[in-house]
Design a binder for this molecule. Structure first.
Ligand code: TTP
Ligand code: MG
Length: 356
């Protein structure tokens, strides 16, 4: 296959996105530590913190109560998702001007393939500069950009000089760059794989490079092929402009069968809350809720409801509750319960439609 030196990929990632929107809309916040998330006295978590607040050790997914202990004088702000979605749509619309091939990853992140672009004599670096400038001017937010010859390196590059950064990894620099990379920073290497790699003595890209593809496949299965190509600084994944999102689901198998309908409803609500926040974070919206129940005798039923409007948490819960009532929970013991959200669309997709 023909790899990437000739491809030009840009990764854009907004800086401290939710917090930056809050600062933009409330000048009194300027220079202060800002934390967006659940209230400090609740059981909520931090969605994000601005860079001032990060200096106190505050970060995404930390309990807000802990953030409060680290910096009690920070401004704690409840998320305004509608506003973030609107800002995201504006950003995505800008990106769509620079390439026909834009792949949104979440509300604040996207890849662009600008290999075919003719603006700025086809200079990806100058296109990235222009994108940043246009976002700053029109949306009044800063973005960081990474420019390289594949997705893996473009994404790493965008994270290197945050906030307001622009980093380029040229084709001739890719392999050397990867050699110095800690193994946990490789795309697709999560905590568990990182630990396993370290046990095998693989701590950096250079260590990974010493392993043959076959040996990696022996230890890591098919992912071994992927790791072997990443070690060379290669990543052939195309930028996909219209990625289909099918569904997002959750389920649990109980150690002991459950008869209590209230308990099952509570469990469904818990799963839904998790799914809804995942959805929100990725900038997706769902129209369909499906509840799945497997009884103790392994018979399984699903009940589904499609709405005309995108679901919010309240509506999703009401639907799940109704759907559950249309099963035999409470009458027959249940071994598994799950819920799936489908009919997914992205804010970015609607941005594309409104721009066309
Ligand atoms: P990120 O791009 O990961 O973070 P960020 O934009 O706030 O900061 P930076 O990129 O400069 O490091 O996530 C984008 C938004 O998604 C973030 O502003 C809030 C939301 N988010 C959550 O709600 N929970 C999370 O755990 C994470 C990681 C992000
Ligand atoms: Mg970001």
């Amino acid at each position: 296959m023909n790899d990437s030196p000739q491809r030009k990929i840009i990764h854009i990632d907004m800086d401290a996105f939710y917090a930056a929107v809050e600062e933009r809309d409330c000048p009194a916040l300027a220079g202060k530590p800002v934390v967006v998330g659940g209230a400090p006295n609740s059981r909520g978590v931090v969605a994000t913190a601005n860079y001032e607040a990060r200096r106190y050790g505050i970060h995404s997914a930390m309990p807000t109560s802990q953030a409060y202990r680290l910096c009690p004088f920070a401004e704690f702000i409840k998320p305004r998702f509608e506003v973030y979605r609107a800002a995201s749509q504006e950003v995505m619309a800008i990106l769509n001007h620079y390439s026909e091939c834009v792949e949104p990853l979440s509300l604040d992140e996207a890849y662009l393939d600008v290999s075919e672009a003719t603006d700025y004599q086809g200079s990806a670096t100058r296109i990235a500069q222009a994108i940043k400038a246009e976002i700053a001017r029109k949306v009044r937010l800063t973005a960081s950009a990474g420019v390289s010859y594949n997705k893996f390196l473009a994404k790493l590059a965008s994270g290197m000089n945050k906030p307001d950064g622009l980093t380029v990894i040229r084709p001739q620099e890719g392999a050397a760059f990867v050699r110095h990379l800690p193994i946990g920073d490789f795309y697709g290497i999560g905590k568990a794989t990182e630990a396993k790699m370290k046990k095998l003595g693989i701590h950096t890209g250079a260590d990974l490079l010493r392993w043959s593809q076959d040996a990696l496949v022996t230890h890591f299965g098919k992912a071994g092929y992927w790791y072997a190509s990443l070690a060379q600084g290669e990543d052939l994944r195309p930028v996909r402009a219209h990625r289909e999102r099918k569904s997002l689901g959750n389920e649990i198998t109980f150690a002991l069968d459950v008869n209590d309908a209230d308990l099952l409803r509570e469990e469904l609500f818990r799963q839904l809350t998790e799914l809804m926040s995942k959805l929100e974070r990725r900038g997706w919206q769902a129209y369909t809720v499906t509840v799945k129940v497997k009884y103790a005798d392994f018979e399984q039923v699903t009940r589904s409801w499609t709405h005309r409007q995108p679901l919010d948490t309240v509506k999703a819960r009401e639907s799940a509750s109704e759907l559950l009532a249309r099963t035999e929970v409470g009458e027959r013991p249940v071994r598994l319960i799950g819920v799936t959200l489908s009919g997914l669309t992205t804010a970015a997709v609607s941005a594309q439609t409104s721009w066309l």
